[in-house]
Structures are given as structure tokens and as C-alpha cells.
Design a protein around this ligand. Structure first.
Ligand code: TXA
Ligand code: MG
Length: 330
């Protein structure tokens, strides 16, 4: 993208939602709050707007987007729901669950947004501002997380501005995202399959479908044959190196703590943030990306991360930490 845009920021109110819908209808790019993380929206039916969205994020074009809708009727116009999908939507929408479904033959979403796949990811966000924007536009909105590709997802308008100022038209500021992790993605194409752990815990989903979720077959990370192609190993990367399951602190490390009991050497830490002193995984999820950004901004070369339990939202938290810690080129 060569043109520098004047990125406006509006506090979330009825006026901001109407303005967001106007900008989207004109083919513009609008970052808006959802309950999971901030999304970067474009009119899903406008191929040129979707192309601008990929450019603004610096996102590989093979990585398909989630279509956001205001209600179930709008979702039914995009995709075919099998019995499991109907049950999950009834139980968890609006909320932090994305369903990957067969695209309807007459689905109006631009091919570019679904990367030419015959499936489509759909979600109904649980956020008043997001749904007001969707209702005002009257069309689906594709919205990846509103960060530069490969960066940590934004949970505040300030995070969005830091990544995308000059590259998008408008940011609607609705305060911090409450969940703090992206939506859980479940494919209902065949047997319900967990493509990405996220803001809705696996156990809650399994309770509703009455069976364990299948895991994607290994090798799905291949971007040429993607199941959840966005799950590239080194997504969500801070500049600092991450040292996971740290049971002690080395000189000069930043410490990302969890729980009350500090590890040996904590006094050697350059800086300490605690995801949840009370050991609450919901609170830890809400703080994860914002704490990672804050520790990264201190310039510490390494962030030591204390062990986080793997149950409930811990599955998604550990997934994001593993990606942030994965080796990468730059
Ligand atoms: O919470 C969220 O889901 C946030 C908010 C803004 O709604 N959005 C988000 O979008 O996390 P994004 O683009 O960062 O992640 C979407 C993921 C990617 O991993 C992508 O590969 C996957 O969804 N995806 C999209 N369409 C798919 C499809 N048809 N089949 C499989 N995976 C798909
Ligand atoms: Mg993302």
C-alpha cells in the first residue's frame, strides 16, 4: 500500500456505528471492537475492499477470512448448516465461536475473502458495537484481527493504532476486548473438528455436541492444502524471544507470571507482569496479548513465561504462547 490514509479514531456510540457502516459501504477499512479481539473489517461482498484489507495487514492472500454477521438468518444466507452447526450456533451465538461451513452456491462473499475454498468461516460476535455496525451495513463483514500480519492480536484501540495507523480509514474505540483471545474455530463439514482453540473452551463445545471434537490431521499447516491456513507456526510473534514453562528467572528477562507463587530469581527480572495473580484462566486470556505487547515494548530480549495449566481456556493460551515462541526468519 503506497497511499498514507488519515486514520480517524471515534469513541463507540450510535453515531460511530453509522459512520463505520458508511465507510465500509464506500469500500473502506474499519477496525472495530468484538468480544474476542479487535477486527479489521471490510465489506465481504466487495472484492476490491477485501484486496485492500489484505494489503493493509500485509497478509498472505491464501489465508481466508471470517465473515461476521449480525444474526443467524444472515449466516444461513452464506453457508449450509448441518445438525451439529445448528446446535452450536443456537448454544453459543452470539459469542467467541467461528463455524467453518460449506459455502452456499449463491453466497455473496467475494471469492478472494475465502481464498477460493468451497468452505467459509462465519461468526456472530457478542459485542453491541460490532453488531450495530453489521446491522447498519446490512451485509457480512470480513474481519481478521486488526494487527499487521504476524503480530500479536489487538485487544485495545491503541494496539490497532500502533500497528495500522495510516493504513486504514477508521478505528471505533469500544474499550478493551473482554475475552482477549480469538474465537474458537470448529469445522462442521464432516465430523466436527477443532481447527483453532480460542475464547470458547473445547469442553463446552463437546458438551453441546455430545461427542469429542476431532483434531485436524497432522500436516494441516501446509499453506497449499490448508484446513485452518492461518495457523502458521510463527503467528502472534513479539520481537522478544519467548521462554516457555519458565520455572526460574534469568538476569534481565521480562517475566510473564501466572498465579501468586513467584519463581526463584524473580528479583533478577527486568519487569514483571502477572496474567492473573489469582490463577484465573479467563482473566489470563483477557490479559495475554496486552501483557505480551507491554513486555515486548520494554525491549527485554527474552520474556520468560511461567507454566500455564492446559485445561479450559489454558488450551488456547498455551497454543498462542507456543506460536509466539516458534522460531522465525526475522
Ligand atoms: O475472534 C476472532 O475470530 C477474530 C475477530 C476479529 O472476529 N478474528 C480472527 O480472524 O481471528 P483471523 O483472520 O485472524 O483468523 C481467522 C482464522 C485463520 O486461521 C484462517 O485461516 C481461518 O480462520 N479460516 C478462515 N476461513 C477458513 C476456512 N474456510 N477454512 C478453514 N479455516 C479458515
Ligand atoms: Mg489474526
Amino acid at each position: 500500500m503506497t497511499v498514507e490514509l488519515a486514520t480517524r479514531v471515534l469513541a463507540a456510540d450510535a453515531n460511530a456505528a453509522a459512520e463505520a457502516a458508511r465507510v465500509l459501504a464506500a469500500g473502506g477499512l474499519v477496525a472495530f471492537p468484538t468480544e474476542t479481539v479487535y477486527g479489521l473489517g471490510a465489506d465481504a461482498t466487495d472484492g476490491a475492499a477485501v484486496a485492500r484489507l489484505y494489503a493493509a495487514k500485509g497478509r498472505p492472500a491464501f489465508n481466508p477470512l471470517i465473515a461476521h454477521v449480525a444474526d443467524i438468518a444472515a449466516a444461513h444466507r452464506l453457508a449450509v448448516f448441518d445438525a451439529a452447526a445448528e446446535r452450536l450456533a443456537a448454544a453459543f451465538w452470539p459469542g467467541p465461536l467461528t463455524l467453518v461451513l460449506r459455502r452456499h452456491a449463491d453466497c455473496p462473499v467475494a471469492e478472494l475473502a475465502t481464498a477460493g475454498l468451497d468452505s467459509i468461516a462465519v461468526r456472530m460476535p457478542d459485542h453491541a458495537v460490532a453488531r450495530e455496525i453489521l446491522r447498519a451495513l446490512g451485509k457480512p463483514v470480513v474481519a481478521p484481527s486488526a494487527n499487521r500480519s504476524g503480530h500479536v492480536s489487538p485487544t485495545t484501540a491503541a494496539h490497532v493504532l500502533a500497528d495500522l495507523r495510516g493504513r486504514i480509514d477508521l478505528i471505533v474505540d469500544g474499550g478493551p476486548a473482554l475475552v482477549g483471545l480469538e474465537s474458537t474455530i470448529v469445522a462442521c463439514l464432516d465430523r466436527p473438528t477443532l481447527l483453532r482453540p480460542g475464547g470458547l473452551a473445547r469442553a463446552e463445545i463437546e458438551r453441546v455436541i455430545g461427542a469429542p471434537l476431532a483434531d485436524p490431521p497432522p500436516g494441516e499447516i501446509d499453506p497449499d492444502a490448508p484446513l485452518a491456513p492461518g495457523m502458521l507456526a510463527s503467528h502472534y510473534a513479539p520481537k522478544a524471544r519467548l521462554r516457555l514453562d519458565a520455572r526460574e528467572v534469568q538476569e534481565g528477562e521480562a517475566l510473564l507470571a501466572f498465579g501468586l507463587k513467584m519463581p526463584p530469581g524473580v528479583d533478577r527480572a527486568a519487569v514483571v507482569l502477572n496474567l492473573s495473580p489469582g490463577g484465573d484462566l479467563v482473566e489470563a486470556a483477557a490479559n495475554l496479548f496486552s501483557d505480551l505487547r507491554a513486555l515486548d515494548d520494554t525491549g527485554a530480549p527474552t520474556i520468560a513465561v511461567m507454566p500455564i495449566p492446559h485445561h479450559d481456556l489454558g488450551e488456547a493460551i498455551n497454543d498462542r504462547l507456543a506460536r509466539a515462541a516458534a522460531p522465525r526468519d526475522t
